[in-house]
Design a protein around this ligand. Structure first.
Ligand SMILES: [Zn+2]
Length: 425
């Protein structure tokens, strides 16, 4: 909300009186005056974003697909790859409507039931935020049982569910799914199907075998009646995302699908497999060097950067992969700094502006005055002196920055102390 209040001294003169907006909670303690508008509840929740300039999006949408092709950056759950292989093949085996519209409904129903099982997992998978596709519907559904069962639903609204939103692209990139419209045999498939290759079919087999003895598969998967909670709980004991380590064959097949280049591939596909292997190898290397890497992005960034700085000019596959990831780390560090400065700038601007906003001159003054301040800035082990502001036609501000190299401990002689540099803003 725009702050319009003036200082108490200014408000004492009636001609300077301004409208003041109150936050809704301020109104709760004040007596209500009949006939005046008042806040009832917030309809707009404004939060300070962690990525105000959208720089993180570049990492997720552009850089990660290059460094880690075929890997979904939004999920850590490898078992979804076997789950969807199984669901797609079941759809084909049952000879249901051969369209993606029909597949969409089938997938979304299976995703919802799977999300219920994950929610009921005795290992606490239901407590993981965004742990499963359809969690937002599965969790409340378990509190609204009909008898001892959960009424059928779809996981999410979106076409083809979580499969279409997240997993379809990586599955296609890995060559495990043939998307609608691709020529298979003599005609184009009218619906997404599991690839005919053994490595794809084996993934579906593996998940099918894992749940082969469950009442869910034998009696409930294709029904329309509510699914008993006890059935879903038993399903979770073999099917949950966390149970993958109990099925070493399924794990092996997933590794094969991700890392072993199938014969007769185009160069571009081979390059993707190569890049994926290298990125995973680097992760395992850093994990060896710093076990914290397992659960912390910050620890991974730090490990990669330290590794790179030790030998920044190396050659070969390892050095090349390390340089790729170190470049990303550098970008992330830079982006955090820019985001912090921008967020601070925005806060100062909101506080300083009039109802009409700031003029160009006021904006300049905000940046080189209020924001940059006077005196010395400590940056890491360096101290930077700020001062001697000059204006350039009122449109461009320049700041002269004195870098005190001696204070930084990295000085290389007295003659460098007090070196002046200009920085354009
Ligand atoms: Zn689990």
């Amino acid at each position: 909300m725009t702050r319009l209040a003036r200082s108490p001294a200014e408000r004492t003169r009636p001609e300077d009186r301004r409208l003041k907006f109150y936050e809704p909670w301020d109104m709760l303690d004040s007596p209500r005056i009949s006939g005046q508008p008042f806040w009832i509840s917030r309809s707009l929740n404004v939060k300070a974003g962690r990525d105000p300039l959208g720089l993180q999006t570049i990492t997720l949408d552009r850089i990660m697909p290059i460094l880690l092709p075929g890997i979904l950056v939004l999920s850590r759950r490898a078992r979804y790859l076997t789950f969807f292989a199984f669901v797609l093949r079941e759809y084909e085996r049952l000879r249901l409507d051969p369209t993606n519209e029909g597949l969409s409904e089938f997938v979304k129903r299976r995703e919802f039931e799977y999300a219920l099982a994950v929610q009921l997992c005795p290992n606490g998978c239901g407590k993981i935020s965004a742990g499963a596709v359809g969690k937002d519907r599965a969790a409340p559904a378990l509190n609204n049982l009909v008898g001892d069962g959960v009424p059928r639903q779809e996981s999410v609204k979106s076409f083809l569910g979580g499969y279409g939103l997240y997993y379809r692209t990586p599955l296609v990139d890995l060559g495990l799914v043939v998307p609608k419209g691709t020529v298979v045999g003599e005609q184009a498939t009218p619906v997404d199907v599991l690839a005919r290759e053994e490595r794809a079919q084996a993934l579906a087999d593996a998940f099918g075998e894992a749940i082969a003895d469950t009442a869910y598969l034998r009696e409930h998967m294709l029904g329309t009646e509510p699914v008993p909670v006890s059935v879903l709980r038993t399903l979770s004991e073999s099917a949950c995302l966390c149970r993958l380590p109990e099925f070493p064959d399924e794990q092996r097949l997933l590794r094969q699908a991700l890392f072993e280049t199938p014969a007769g591939q185009l160069d571009v596909v081979e390059m993707d497999f190569d890049q994926r292997r290298r990125s995973f190898a680097l992760f395992l290397r850093e994990l060896d060097r710093a076990p914290d890497v397992r659960g912390s992005n910050a620890a991974f960034r730090e490990a990669v950067w330290d590794d790179f700085v030790d030998a920044p000019h190396g050659e070969g596959a390892l050095a090349g992969t390390l340089a790729q990831w170190a470049s990303l780390v550098a970008k992330e560090y830079l982006q955090d700094a820019i985001s912090c400065v921008f967020a601070h700038f925005w806060r100062l601007g909101l506080a300083a502006q009039d109802p009409e906003g700031l003029s160009a001159a006021e904006l300049d003054e905000l940046i080189v005055g209020t924001m940059l301040g006077e005196g010395e800035l400590g940056i890491g082990e360096s101290v930077v002196g700020v001062g001697d502001r000059r204006r350039d036609g009122g449109r461009r501000a320049r700041v002269r920055v004195r870098v005190d190299r001696e204070a930084s401990g990295s000085g290389d002689g007295a003659e460098r102390v007090g070196e002046d540099r200009s920085a354009a803003l």
